[in-house]
Design a protein around this ligand. Structure first.
Ligand SMILES: [Zn+2]
Length: 403
């Protein structure tokens, strides 16, 4: 049986397919880098797995993965990908290690508090595996640099913590036809899947067509997260990445794996392709990774939001009493003290009441200190209301000004 196809000049079609696949694999493997003795010893438990073996390990050595973020999800993913022998790992992060990260971001440790996460990550990953290359991209992943950075890698693992970056990772993967290994966490629950429309299944935008309204999804800082949870989801992401790089098993295209820690349950939800998806649908209207969703500034970085001071606000109101000023605080706060002429639309209602806001002209937005209003401005800008502008310092600064 073993060599039956050699003795039979006309194999059945099934055997031909098997033979072709074997040949294709052998041809491909000739281009793969060889393993040295150190690598053979280090990866011995991989070499003995059927379906991985020496050829699989050489595939991993030839492979490259880009990790967006070295936080909760990126930490376990980077550690396992490095340990597994992925030849080149790129890291994108511009953050510094904070003491409050250490409860879950296991790449980083006490001595690195205050230092760039990338330096800490590189140091730790070199300890884990000095035989691979770690490449540091010390910046935020933005529409400006995404194309150049992503083009250097085979696969992108999304370990980001905000919607604009998730949209950007999804969109750049779509345009570069690369697999996007997705993960997200919230308190006791996590999700993971692979978006790879080029091979079938939906994209992230099929699941979430547009930027959620501000306040709809609190950040990790606001909501909290149990430290083990990103360890589980980030490890699932590393596993899916390794499977794709090895070409074994099935990637979960169109399947969202949902983990509930409190119920100790894994459920798989079917994710259908959205026929009206603006990115991967037949009538797509998004032609670039640089678009209104990906350009939206993450909540935690408000430096790019258009804003004015309370002095400028006073000038505007003096010269044009009809200036639209929206207060996004709660009704009780508004009742207690309000800037004359301001209109109350609490942050949580802004998405539902967006029709009350004119699309043209300046729309000034304030809250108590400027944080909630910055979220509102980010959202309004993403909805195409270009005149949305934040009032820095909010009503507190206004009252201090003595007007
Ligand atoms: Zn889509």
């Amino acid at each position: 049986m073993l060599l039956s196809f050699l003795g039979d000049p006309v194999p059945s079609s099934g055997e031909w397919v098997a033979f072709d696949r074997r040949n294709a694999r052998m041809n491909a493997s000739m281009d793969l880098p060889q393993l040295n003795q150190d690598e053979r010893l280090r990866y011995a438990r991989h070499l003995s797995i059927p379906g991985v073996g020496e050829e699989g390990q050489r595939k991993l050595k030839a492979a490259s993965v880009l990790l967006i973020g070295t936080g909760g999800l990126g930490s376990p993913a980077a550690l396992y990908l490095a340990a597994a022998g992925v030849g080149r790992i790129g890291l994108v992060d511009d953050d510094k290690v904070d003491r409050s990260n250490l409860q879950r971001q296991i790449l980083h440790g006490e001595p690195w508090i205050g230092e760039p996460k990338l330096a800490s990550a590189q140091h730790r990953l070199r300890e884990v595996n000095p035989l691979i290359r770690i490449e540091a991209h010390s910046s935020r992943f933005t529409p400006r640099n995404a194309e150049a950075i992503a083009s250097e890698y085979d696969l992108i693992l999304d370990g980001s913590d905000n919607f604009p970056t998730r949209f950007l990772t999804n969109d750049i993967c779509f345009f570069q036809k690369k697999p996007c290994v997705y993960g997200s966490i919230f308190r006791f629950e996590g999700q993971s899947t692979v978006f790879w429309p080029d091979r079938g299944g939906p994209c992230y935008r099929c699941m979430l067509p547009s930027l959620p309204p501000p306040g709809a999804a609190p950040s990790c800082e606001e909501a909290g997260v149990l430290g083990v949870l990103p360890g589980i989801i980030g490890s699932l992401q590393a596993m899916e990445a390794i499977k794709i790089l090895l070409g074994i098993g099935e990637p979960p295209l169109g399947e969202l794996l949902c983990y509930d820690a409190l119920r100790t349950s894994f459920r798989t939800l079917r994710l259908a392709k959205d026929p009206s998806c603006r990115l991967c649908g037949p009538e797509a209207s998004i032609y670039s990774h640089d678009n209104s969703e990906t350009r939206s500034t993450p909540d935690c970085n408000m430096t790019d939001i258009p804003s004015i001071s309370v002095d400028e606000l006073a000038e505007r109101l003096k010269h044009n009493p009809a200036t639209l000023l929206i207060d996004v605080r709660q009704p009780d706060e508004h009742a207690e003290a309000a800037i004359p002429g301001s209109r109350l639309i609490p942050l949580g209602e802004i998405a539902d009441r967006i029709n009350e806001i004119p699309r043209e002209g300046e729309v000034l937005v304030h809250c108590k200190l400027g944080g909630r209003s910055a979220k509102a401005v980010t959202f309004l800008q993403a909805q195409g209301i270009q005149g949305a502008t934040n009032v820095e310092g909010g009503i507190e600064a206004w009252l201090q000004r003595g007007s």
